[in-house]
Design a protein around this ligand. Structure first.
Ligand code: SAM
Length: 261
């Protein structure tokens, strides 16, 4: 039974971290003419209304994209995607990773999304109806294994689970090892929460041992509410594109400005 719904968290500081670096990577990958493959294992609904009562209830976007949107100049790929989606859907919407990807990728790229939750999947299919992206109502890791190695071979996979199931932390390194064996030229990007109770630590340590050349990038921020367990956001990127670590360092400095001195 899936209960997580990203609308409660859309546009929060973890989304800003993940989406800024995702947008940068997609922009980098599409600088060459050659088509790429983009796969997302846990897509969500793709388009969020920040005036939705669920989004207002947590107020996370107010402390996230609404507060720090000015970190990104007009040419940053996240700003470009945000501007384009808002001009089509209104100024109070926020694009999830699938819509950011749909904005930055090209018709020649092969694009695949998995989303298991029935309502989220049908909202995602509607949001992407005018694109050539394929949306599957299927387990994300099953899709990832079925599609790798993909054609075209160059490309990126975003793995962004909701970590609702305790075994996620122990199974993810095994899934990623299998994906990397099948697709050794792909960029594989895993998002994880930095939790006060440090549940992510063992998983990330295992990933670092298995993929020593990967980029581990973490930012900290004040919890969304007093006592809230998430105190930061992490990305683990295998085969990071050239220049990603510089962009990540720039972003990390901006996140540090949010922390009390
Ligand atoms: N990537 C999205 C973004 O940044 O806009 C947010 C995704 S949200 C964190 C995780 C999503 O994964 C939820 O919509 C949830 O319904 C979905 N999900 C949970 N378990 C899944 C599974 N086994 N396979 C595919 N999707 C799943």
């Amino acid at each position: 039974m899936l209960s997580y719904q990203h609308i409660y968290h859309a546009g929060n500081l973890a989304d800003v971290h993940k989406h800024a670096l995702l947008a940068w990577m997609l922009d980098y990958l599409t600088r060459k003419d050659k088509p790429v493959t983009y796969i997302e294992t846990h897509a969500g609904r793709g388009l969020y209304d920040l005036d939705d009562p669920a989004a207002r209830k947590t107020g996370e976007a107010a402390e996230g994209i609404e507060k720090v949107g000015t970190w990104f100049d007009a040419d940053h790929p996240l700003s470009r995607a945000l501007r384009s989606v808002r001009s089509a859907h209104g100024p109070r919407c926020y694009p999830g990773s699938p819509l950011i990807a749909a904005e930055l990728l090209r018709p020649t790229d092969a694009v695949h999304f998995a989303e298991l939750h029935p309502q989220e999947h049908s909202a995602l299919s509607a949001a992407l109806a005018r694109t050539s992206a394929k949306c599957y109502r299927q387990d994300g890791f099953a899709l990832a294994h079925a599609l790798t190695p993909p054609t075209p071979r160059r490309g990126l996979m975003l793995i962004d689970p909701s970590y609702e199931i305790k075994t996620d932390y122990t199974e993810i390194p095994r899934h990623i090892a299998k994906i990397v064996r099948a697709w050794n030229v792909g960029t594989i990007c895993l998002w994880y929460p930095i939790l006060a109770r440090a549940a992510h630590e063992q998983m990330v340590a295992q990933l670092e041992t298995a993929h020593p050349a990967a980029l581990r990038h973490e930012v900290r921020f004040p919890p969304a509410r007093p006592g809230h367990g998430m105190v930061g956001s992490g990305l683990f990127v295998i085969m990071p594109p050239y220049g990603l670590s510089d962009e990540a360092a720039r972003l990390a400095a901006l996140f540090r400005s949010l922390m009390p001195a």
